[in-house]
Ligand binder design. Structure first.
Ligand SMILES: Nc1ncnc2c1ncn2[C@@H]1O[C@H](COP(=O)(O)OP(=O)(O)OP(=O)(O)O)[C@@H](O)[C@H]1O
Ligand SMILES: [Mg+2]
Length: 381
């Protein structure tokens, strides 16, 4: 089914699902609209190879005091300029959402057909959604059919996103000349990347993804290719900058510079050296990052405990970091030490031909965008 842009706008209120597909066989441009940067990816499947046709990392969050309207305009203009510069003709776009206007719930419903569930979704979902049901758009995905206490049930992922947020995203995409084709959830987009990078060595152990952006960190746990836990926490790059700014009594822009310059010290010898040299800058930044990391670790523990309590024989085998904040020097080593699990930084282009043209340090921020670009191969039912 394909829906024209004008029709889509008119139907925003009536759409049944976030994951509803308005998708033809054509390519889609992935547009991850973050508060700090917009990431754009266009992939093309040629035989067995995935080719990178275009990519963009558009900084949009530089002006901290910009109004929401100014911000939106900055994103629209940056996207328009990018499309012209790269000569991109593809107009269908995939984007995703996260944060406190999006809720993901795992719910067991009595067994219904997909059509039956679609028609009763609002009523069935209402008890699980902490927002006014009339103010959200609902989507669902059936994970499995199970039998529980002799009853046939369906394990379902329910997604509710506030219509305000959905409309805002649609306006941005349409303002830039796109036809919005797919709206996903950040963590589910990352699941597509996981699928490509699935490591047989993981065995039954789950992989925890931590996509640490500017305003929000998306935490998800993927078991045998299926995302079982999704949570967003508001401890992220902005929190680090704020903590550094407070410690040094400096402007936010300077705090940004400092955190990027120093990162966190994990090596005892490096710490000794900084102490011996009286390098208060490096020590202060490291302390600020550790402080924020401690809170993040607390949230990771909460999610892991929840996941482990949901069934027997569960474990987390490794953690994968992505998002711009994953670039923080030594953050991976620091978190590995704190969480006692191997931690790596995602390169979402590692399976993409031509992905090496994206500077290595920018690649972790593209996890969601690459996942969205893969999305058309794995559509929600
Ligand atoms: N070298 C670096 N070291 C530490 N932090 C960095 C570095 N480069 C970028 N960052 C931080 O990464 C964050 C931006 O990451 P990202 O682009 O993933 O965010 P976003 O997707 O725009 O934000 P969100 O999704 O949270 O709205 C910013 O806080 C920025 O300061
Ligand atoms: Mg982001």
């Amino acid at each position: 089914m394909r829906i024209k842009t004008e029709e889509l706008k008119a139907r925003v209120g009536a759409l049944k699902g976030i994951g509803e597909i308005f998708l033809g066989p054509r390519d889609v441009v992935a547009v991850d609209i973050g508060s700090y940067s917009v990431k754009v990816v266009l992939l093309k499947q040629e035989g067995p190879a995935l080719l990178l046709k275009a990519w963009g990392h558009l900084p949009v969050g530089a002006k901290a005091d910009a109004s929401p309207d100014e911000r939106r305009l900055a994103v629209v203009n940056a996207l328009r300029a990018f499309l012209v510069e790269k000569g991109i003709k593809v107009r269908e776009a995939a984007t995703s959402l996260s944060g406190n206007s999006v809720i993901v719930r795992y719910v067991k419903f009595p067994r219904l057909t997909k059509t039956e569930l679609q028609s009763t979704l609002t009523t069935e979902a209402e008890p699980f959604i902490p927002f006014d049901i009339n103010e959200v758009q609902l989507g669902f995905h059936i994970l499995a059919e199970i039998v529980e206490e002799g009853q046939k049930k369906m394990e379902t992922v329910l997604v509710a996103a506030k219509k305000d947020l959905v409309s805002l995203r649609l306006e941005i995409l349409q303002g830039a000349g796109f036809q919005p084709a797919i709206i996903d959830v950040d963590s589910f987009a990352l699941e597509n990347v996981h699928e490509k990078l699935r490591d047989p060595k993981d065995g039954p152990a789950a992989v925890l993804y931590l996509n640490i952006g500017h305003m929000v960190s998306n935490l998800s746990i993927v078991e045998s290719g299926v995302t079982r836990v999704v949570r967003d926490v508001f401890i992220s790059g902005h929190t680090v900058s704020k903590t550094v700014a407070k410690a040094f009594q400096c402007e936010p822009a300077r705090a940004e510079e400092l955190k990027k310059l120093h990162g966190v010290i994990v090596d005892p010898a490096e710490k000794e050296k900084a102490l011996a040299e009286g390098n208060r800058e490096a020590l202060g930044v490291s302390q600020a990052i550790s402080q924020v990391a401690r809170d993040l670790v607390g949230e990771v523990h909460r999610s892991v405990d929840f996941y482990l309590s949901q069934g027997p024989d569960r474990s987390i085998g490794r953690i994968v970091l992505s998002g711009g904040t994953a670039r923080t020097k030594n953050l991976d080593r620091h978190l590995a030490g704190e969480l006692k699990v191997p931690v790596s930084v995602l390169d979402p282009f590692s399976f993409v031909q031509g992905g090496q043209s994206v500077p290595e340090e920018l690649r972790p921020a593209f996890g969601v965008a690459v996942g969205l670009a893969l999305r058309r191969n794995r559509d929600w039912e």
